[in-house]
Design a protein around this ligand. Sequence first.
Ligand code: HEC
Length: 142
Amino acid sequence: MVALHKRTNLWFILAAAFVVTGCGGGTQDEKTSDTKSTQTTTAETAEVPRGDAGKGTALFVSYCSACHGADAKGLKGLGRDLTQNEWVQSLSDAEFLEYVNTGRGVDDPRNTSGIPMPPKGGNPALTDQEIMHIIAHVRTLQ
Ligand code: HEC
């Protein structure tokens, strides 16, 4: 009986030691390096925030309608018609975002009005997320 009892203790100690070393190894294996970069150089494939057309409508009126009109059909001598606009339709979301962020100077060959499209419509505080909401709104007008 005594011998059996000693054996049981031994197994218990061995098992406990196994669990302890197992745990120690586990924490060292933890992955800490998942800093995958999703940045790409071309606007065509770059990842952009998701836009919400519902939020974009009010933002468009606030930041773009001064030149493009509240209905986005353009204002004479100011911004172009953005509705049923083939060029707009040809842009990916990332390209559209880049365009709004950059604007279009009068020296750009695509500029036909002789008036610059200011970067971010002239509001440097506009975030990419807000612009994506605006873009989602403009998409509903095509
Ligand atoms: C200060 C006036 C002004 C504001 C504000 C403005 N735009 Fe423009 N935008 C222009 C002008 C002028 C053009 C046309 C330039 C040209 O002749 O190519 C233009 C052109 C564009 C075009 C290109 C259309 C095409 O067919 O080439 C897009 C897209 C556009 N604007 C989007 C926006 C958005 C989105 C906003 C709001 C964030 C905005 N604009 C705010 C003046 C403005």
